[in-house]
Design a protein around this ligand. Sequence first.
Ligand code: VGL
Ligand code: ZN
Length: 210
Amino acid sequence: MKIAATDALLVIDPQNDFCEGGSLAVEGGAAIMPLINRLAERFDRVVVTQDWHTPDQISFASNHPGATPFTEIEVGYGRQMLWPDHCIQGSPGAVFHPDVAPTVEKALAVIRKGYNPAVDSYSGFFENDHRTATGLAGLLRDLGVTRVFLAGLAFDYCVRFTAEDAVRLGFETVVISDASRAIAPPTEATARDSFQALGVVEIEAASLFG
Ligand code: VGL
Ligand code: ZN
């Protein structure tokens, strides 16, 4: 697969809290960072997203007395998974993993999301109400981007929801599987099913190096 000038690489939430030692660590999270850097070298346009919560974020189990992480509750915009506190603005866990620094340096923009305490945001395009835009679609369209490649964390949440929104918004959408890691196998399988249904293509990074 050949990378074109109208392509962008979207690097989803490559942050300390999603890597080993973080509060919502994804197994193998840190290990994908060197591959992401190699990918970023090949793209003219790189955009990074950053999960950027306040301590009173609605999706933190700690804000719901008696609730435990990894259970779901009903909120105004639908069902919401509860998480351990993570990626709190200004905390070390919210900082980009040091191994992905070259990619962050190259990025033309960092899109922060999840800063509205009342609404979580998995997707880089819309908050979990599926209505409030982050500005990423407008940015990409203004730049003439027609196809997006996704890498980062986590495959079954923020990568998945960003890919779903991208394809629905009319971008050709490609997920680079080995440059991403999932939180859990069942939700990883759900993500794959959804990609198939929506026409999101999955590739290995090797097919971009030639
Ligand atoms: C994410 C759960 C909560 C992610 C972010 O980046 O996949 N998952 N916040
Ligand atoms: Zn989050």
